[in-house]
Design a protein around this ligand. Structure first.
Ligand SMILES: Nc1ncnc2c1ncn2[C@@H]1O[C@H](COP(=O)(O)OP(=O)(O)O)[C@@H](O)[C@H]1O
Ligand SMILES: [Mg+2]
Length: 190
């Protein structure tokens, strides 16, 4: 186990923050953009400009591959999942910062084994593998997929072209609920 992880667990800190900095995209290179961050080797720290240092639980520099990001910061959550803990991975950042790329939101099944696939297909693969190992347990998997687009919540499993905007409510007993969001049941090992 990662030593910093056990330290955080001792302190009861359930949230960890990973910073990922993407490489410059070709358009930025063509426009003459320069990287403005430096990375401290062996430390989860980044320096903005000359002197503004920020430390996170994990820092991934532009050379970091999808595999490393997944193995370091997401895979430990999946071990917890099968010990009965909830897990959430939230990608946050401005448009163009690499959220969709990191999460694997543009994945198609043809790309399944490519090193560029992101977090979501890797997580799904691992959940199915763990399920296979637990032949004596009953494991039920359901999936929902939504996006917030221009402040509307859209159900991405809804097949119709004009997806109705759905609403989010807080139920005193069940907590936050996204009303009428479809739940699919994945049938086979992907
Ligand atoms: N780690 C990365 N390595 C190479 N290209 C990346 C990386 N992260 C993002 N990109 C590229 O940068 C662009 C913006 O990323 P994207 O994931 O669409 O951003 P966001 O979803 O945050 O708006 C895309 O062209 C994407 O392919
Ligand atoms: Mg995106």
């Amino acid at each position: 186990m990662n030593p910093s992880m056990s330290k955080d667990e001792d302190k009861g800190i359930a949230v960890r923050v990973a910073l990922r900095c993407r490489p410059l995209v070709p358009k930025e290179v063509n426009e003459g953009c320069q990287p403005c961050l430096t990375f401290v080797p062996g430390e989860p720290q980044v320096v903005v400009g000359n002197d503004k240092a920020f430390t996170y639980d994990y820092v991934f520099d532009p050379m970091a591959e999808q595999e490393e990001v997944y193995t370091t910061s997401v895979s430990p959550l999946l071990s917890g999942l099968f010990r009965g803990y909830h897990a959430t991975v939230l990608a946050y950042g401005q448009t163009g910062s690499g959220k969709t790329f990191s999460m694997g939101g543009t994945y198609t099944s043809a790309q399944e084994n490519e090193p560029t696939v992101g977090v979501i297909p890797r997580v799904i693969r691992r959940i199915f593998q763990e399920r296979e190992k637990r032949a004596s347990s009953e494991v039920t998997l359901t999936v929902s997929y939504l996006e917030i687009y221009n402040e509307d919540i859209l159900d991405l499993l809804c097949g119709s072209k004009d997806k109705p905007a759905i609403s989010i409510r807080e139920d005193p007993k069940e907590g936050i609920k996204v009303c009428s969001l479809q739940r699919g049941v994945p049938m086979a090992t992907p």
